[in-house]
Design a binder for this molecule. Structure first.
Ligand code: HEC
Length: 116
C-alpha cells in the first residue's frame, strides 16, 4: 500500500486528466444521489459547489445535523479525505453514512470537487 502510494504520487501529473474523468463518474455514482455540484441546489445533502474552503454546515437552506453545524470544520482536501473515509468517525452524529474506503477513489472525487 505504501509503495503504491509513492508510485501514484510520482505519476500524479500524468494521471490528472484521467483522474478527473474518473472523479466525475465516481461522484455521479456515489454522491450525486444526495449532492449536486450546482450552487443553490440542495438535495438530501447540501450542494457541493465550492466546498473546498467552505465552512462545514454553512449552506443556507440545507438540512444539517447540529453535529455538522457545530463542527468548526473548514473543508480542505485533507479534511475531506478523512471525512469521506469515515464520516461519522470524524463528525460524530453526522447524518451522512456513506463512506469511500478506497483512497484512490477519494482522491479522484476530491480532485473533481476541487474543479467545481
Ligand atoms: C445518502 C445520501 C448521501 C450520499 C450518498 C452522500 N452524502 Fe454527503 N452528505 C449527506 C448529508 C445528509 C449531509 C449533511 C450531514 C450532516 O449535516 O450531518 C452530507 C454532508 C456532506 C458534506 C459536508 C458539506 C457541508 O456543507 O458541510 C460533504 C463534503 C459531503 N457530504 C460529501 C459527500 C461526497 C463527496 C459523497 C460521495 C462520496 C457524499 N457526500 C455522499 C448525504 C449524503
Amino acid at each position: 500500500m505504501a509503495v503504491f502510494a509513492v508510485t501514484a504520487g510520482l505519476f500524479a501529473p500524468v494521471a490528472a486528466t484521467a483522474q478527473q474523468a474518473d472523479g466525475e463518474r465516481l461522484f455521479q455514482q456515489r454522491c450525486g444521489g444526495c449532492h449536486s455540484t450546482e450552487a443553490g441546489r440542495n438535495r438530501i445533502g447540501p450542494h457541493l459547489s465550492g466546498v473546498i474552503g467552505r465552512a462545514a454546515g454553512s449552506i443556507e437552506g440545507a438540512r444539517y445535523s447540529d453535529a455538522m453545524r457545530d463542527s468548526g470544520i473548514v473543508w480542505d482536501n485533507q479534511l475531506l479525505d478523512t471525512f469521506l473515509a469515515a464520516p461519522r468517525e470524524m463528525v460524530s452524529g453526522a447524518r451522512m453514512t456513506v463512506a469511500v474506503p478506497d483512497a484512490d477513489q477519494r482522491a479522484a472525487i476530491i480532485a473533481y470537487l476541487e474543479s467545481q
